[in-house]
Design a protein around this ligand. Structure first.
Ligand SMILES: [Zn+2]
Ligand SMILES: [Zn+2]
Length: 423
């Protein structure tokens, strides 16, 4: 029986790996400009971390986690998101002990047992940033700016920032009471999951996609009407800081995000270009999560961005048309006796940092040229018996067929001089 990759997973094949490298390099570069340092946490954690960190009432914890019991009877879970593990590590290693702010980023696979659909996977990849140690609205503005600037660097177009404040525990309580008294009489008309959420986390009803639920919640007052003065001031300063760096946004009072840990700022960056409004990233402030995970009271703010959807969008926007992993040189030996010399010459190129391919088998010139062509090599270097006796090789530029005879001692320098030169 043929064994295939599990449902909801996929292989990144060699042709696609380049896109991932390119994206990962851009993420590291841009996050580096803003002073974020990489942190790598395990792919599995104690289940309790996500129950406490993400919140029991979220879809992720209720329905989507890959949870298993190991041979030591411990309940472990493949990480469904990156923030809780980073917070756990921040607390465990007392990264707060130096004082001041700590800026971290992560990148890697996450796991959720969702129904597979286009662009959604059970093993998927995210990168994200977490900024710990300040309540300053400049931190919220910075985190949003990092995301937007990264997408700009990638060349992504058609983006919009959606932003909301869901307040602090004090003012949010008032809002939740208001929602509850308004929606409880309508309970029977809500969808099943909203009926369940109504008493646990009524704000989650605002992001239900069910059309009837949307209708019923259509004219509830926005959460921003209920903000206390310090939450209101925080929101206003976040917005004016974004104005100051020319980052556009739209206030979206229904935006609440799916995690229980958010306080004050929540935001998404959505792609408006291609029909459906897909979020390419989401995040917000979480001023109580560190404490919730056993650390000292420490405010934080961050975002996460899904990499599959980002790559898909970039592909649809034509970003990867010119991507290639073509070797610069392809080495052809025409005679069995020259095979070892060819291997040595190829190794010499590689030691000089020139990407070099070969057949590793002596075949006809035609077959080897075809192989070079298939790989889209820029040059072929041909070892023929007579030339080799004279200490020479042939160099052919594939783009225009121009050919040279070169001393074999000088061929590496000769190729280096030609590489990257316009025809
Ligand atoms: Zn408040
Ligand atoms: Zn609903």
């Amino acid at each position: 029986m043929k064994i295939t990759a599990p449902r909801g997973t996929f292989d990144i094949l060699p042709g696609d790996a380049l896109r991932w490298h390119w994206l990962e390099a851009a993420v590291r570069r841009v996050f580096g400009y803003y002073g974020y340092q990489e942190i790598r946490t395990p792919v599995f954690e104690h289940t309790e971390l996500f129950q406490r960190g993400i919140g029991e009432t979220t879809d992720i914890v209720e329905k989507e986690m890959y949870t298993f019991t190991d041979k030591g009877e411990r309940s472990l879970t493949l990480r469904p998101e990156g923030t809780a593990p980073v917070v756990r590590s921040y607390v465990e290693h007392k990264l707060y002990s130096k004082g001041g702010i700590t800026k971290l980023f992560y990148m890697g696979p996450m796991f959720r047992q969702e129904r597979p659909q286009a662009g959604r996977f059970r093993q998927f990849h995210q990168f994200g940033v977490e900024l710990f140690g300040t309540e300053s609205p400049l931190a919220d503005a910075e985190v949003i700016t990092v995301a937007v600037e990264l997408y700009k660097e990638l060349g992504l177009t058609g983006l919009e920032v959606l932003l909301n404040s869901i307040g602090c525990p004090a003012c949010r309580g008032e809002y939740q009471k208001a929602l509850l008294s308004r929606l409880t009489p309508l309970k029977e008309e809500l969808c099943a999951s909203c009926q369940q959420r109504l008493h646990k986390n009524p704000m989650r009803l605002l992001d239900c996609k069910n059309p009837r639920c949307r209708e019923l919640t259509e004219d509830v007052p926005p959460v921003t009407d209920y903000l206390c003065s310090s939450c209101r001031g925080h929101l206003e300063q976040t917005l004016s800081s974004l104005d100051g760096v020319g980052i556009g946004y739209r206030l979206e009072p229904r935006l609440v995000r799916g995690f229980d840990y958010y306080t004050r700022t929540v935001f998404e960056v959505i792609n408006t270009g291609l029909g459906a409004q897909n979020a390419v990233c989401g995040g917000g402030r979480y001023d109580h999560l560190v404490e919730e995970c056993g650390g000292p009271p420490t405010p934080g703010v961050g975002f996460a961005s899904g990499m599959e959807r980002l790559l898909l969008t970039l592909e649809q926007q034509g970003k990867f048309a010119g991507f290639s992993s073509a070797p610069q040189v392809f080495l052809i030996a025409l005679d069995e006796k020259l095979a070892a010399d060819g291997f040595a010459l190829a190794t010499g190129f590689r030691r000089e940092g020139i990407a070099t391919g070969s057949c590793l088998e002596v075949k006809s010139l035609k077959a080897q040229l075809r192989a070079a062509d298939k790989l889209q090599a820029e040059f072929v270097v041909i070892l023929g018996e007579d030339e080799w006796k004279d200490g020479q090789v042939s160099v052919r530029r594939m783009a225009d067929g121009k050919q040279w005879r070169v001393d074999r001692e000088e061929v590496r320098q000769f190729i280096k001089d030609l590489l990257g030169r316009e025809l």
